[in-house]
Design a protein around this ligand. Structure first.
Ligand code: MG
Length: 252
């Protein structure tokens, strides 16, 4: 999955205004992030910290998080997106490098990496309760709906598991697109599939950087979903915020 705990990280201070003004008109297309926006994990495999501890290895969480997630944002990884095999080999290699960055010796890494990889695929997801009825209503209004996610090769599997496959018109996963949000090319890929330009679309997501920042840079009106009890990052011009997807019924 793209992040273990949506909203758990400090938000960046803001984004340069590259495209302005955003349109205030109703969009023709609504693009949506998946994890933390449409669905959440309801069960998961062991955390990396647990797998390290079982082997008596010390775990450095900031280093791990940096290598697992932060260093990936916005990445162009086309060379690893030619096939499922290429992508999965890259996933394993990233785990190996993250483990080594945490001080794991090469001779200890192989079995640990195999466990980490298995654990990274061991989860189940469920849609937030308001999501299906909201998507149904947006479709009734004639909107085209697309998912655009930093995810692995099998976004279709989790869309199915969350009961959302038939609720949307298309889905783009970074693994197959070869780029991760906030890279502009993944937003362009989603717009191309919808057959519209950025001014006709809205992007809805929970990540301040990947979703809101990426959409802004791509010229797509961002809507920030903030489901957390904690204080959200300060709003900036052109960004709207909703507490859950029901807020979209007033915007789209
Ligand atoms: Mg998300």
């Amino acid at each position: 999955m793209d992040r273990h705990a949506p909203g758990s990280r400090p938000a960046p201070s803001g984004y340069p205004l590259l495209v302005q003004p955003f349109q205030a008109a109703k969009p023709a297309v609504v693009l949506l992030d998946f994890y933390g926006t449409l669905a959440r994990a309801v069960s998961r495999g062991p955390l990396a910290a647990e797998l390290f501890a079982r082997r008596g290895l010390s775990f450095d969480e900031p280093t791990w998080d940096h290598h697992r997630w932060d260093a990936l944002d916005g990445l162009d990884h086309h060379e690893f997106s030619e096939s499922r095999e290429d992508y999965e080999a890259w996933e394993v290699d990233r785990l190996r490098r993250a483990a080594e960055a945490c001080g794991v010796e090469l001779d200890q890494a192989e079995e640990l990496v195999a466990e980490l990889y298995a654990a990274s695929k061991e989860f189940t997801v469920s849609a937030y309760e308001e999501v299906a009825p909201v998507l149904q209503e947006l479709r009734r209004r004639g909107l085209v709906l697309g998912v655009c996610s930093n995810w692995d090769w099998d976004l279709d599997r989790v869309l199915d598991e969350a009961g959302l496959t038939s609720r949307v018109d298309f889905a783009v996963t970074s693994a197959r697109a070869g780029v991760r949000k906030p890279h502009p090319l993944i937003f362009r890929r989603a717009l191309d599939l919808a057959g519209v330009g950025p001014a006709e679309a809205m992007f809805v997501g929970d990540s301040w950087e990947a979703d809101v920042g990426g959409a802004r840079s791509a010229g797509i009106a961002p809507v920030h979903v903030w489901r957390e009890p904690s204080e959200p990052p300060p709003l900036v011009d052109g960004v709207r915020r909703i507490p859950d997807l029901r807020g979209l019924l007033d915007l789209a």
